[in-house]
Design a protein around this ligand. Structure first.
Ligand code: ZN
Length: 271
């Protein structure tokens, strides 16, 4: 899905101009948000920080290449709603899974942009920070759910040696080349699974054709969303390239999870 995946352009001071103080505009809903964040953080490593950027008097936080805005009091219901989705999606992972993936921070922001380009999420590998844009509702709830997993894949990919001998490239049809259309690619997502549309074997979305890592992230994300997983597996019956990619990602997850993410895990998740 639409995302921009940082490769190290950003610096550690990227939050220096933001207001994350505990200003109280709506105490009840902020309490609920904090309770959600407490529950979410319990799933991750104890050193992983969770924040949302908030200010009752917003000004854009402009960093070198990253732009976003703080949540204002009127945004809190939407942030809370986003966190309910986020909480549900990360509950799909096995116990302990997030404790050893090297993630330092997750930050929820509004109107996230990389330069002038909107992003639903991004991962900055140099600071081990994941950003999620709670205000980006393009593609509806399904796209938001999918994007949680998509971004988590980037963390996994940077932490583990998922494709050491570049086997992935050999899975594609001969002569296929990823487009590498810059570092950002905007997808116009629709409400249904119809945004699965590429006409080339082995791809679940157009965005998957941008790079091997984005391709892997898209297959990974689809595995965690029941409707998308069912459709992807249905396609894979007639698409051997896609079938092999699903097998590749499942094997990688089996390896990094000490066999916990196995076939019975997938069966249980998507039954
Ligand atoms: Zn991505």
């Amino acid at each position: 899905m639409a995302c921009w995946c940082a490769g190290g352009h950003l610096t550690a001071d990227e939050l220096s101009d933001t207001d994350i103080s505990a200003h109280s505009a709506d105490i009840d809903i902020r309490r609920e948000i904090h309770q959600r964040l407490d529950r979410i953080s319990a799933v991750f490593h104890q050193s992983t920080q969770f924040k949302y950027v908030y200010s009752p008097n917003p000004r854009s936080a402009t960093e070198k290449v990253l732009n976003f805005q703080p949540a204002t009091p009127k945004d809190l219901p939407r942030l809370n709603s986003y966190l309910s989705i986020f909480e549900l999606e990360i509950s799909k992972y096995p116990d302990q899974f997030f404790r050893s993936i090297g993630l330092k921070r997750i930050i929820f922001v509004k109107n996230l942009f990389y330069k002038e380009l909107p992003a639903q999420g991004l991962y900055n590998d140099s600071t081990k920070t994941l950003y999620f844009n709670f205000s980006d509702t393009r593609g509806g709830r399904l796209a938001l759910r999918h994007n949680v997993h998509h971004e988590i894949y980037h963390v996994i990919h940077s932490h583990f040696d998922i494709n050491p001998d570049d086997t992935w490239h050999n899975l594609n049809i001969p002569d296929f080349k990823y487009t590498h259309r810059g570092r950002h690619h905007q997808v116009v997502a629709t409400q249904s699974e119809n945004y699965f549309s590429p006409d080339i074997p082995g791809f679940v979305t157009d965005y998957a054709m941008t790079s091997a890592e984005e391709d892997q992230a898209e297959v990974f994300a689809c595995l965690f969303i029941q409707s998308q997983s069912r459709l992807m597996h249905k396609w894979a019956v007639k698409d051997e390239v896609l079938a092999n990619k699903i097998r590749f990602i499942k094997q990688a997850l089996l390896d990094i999870s000490d066999q916990v993410i196995n076939e019975s895990y997938w069966h249980e998740l998507n039954r």
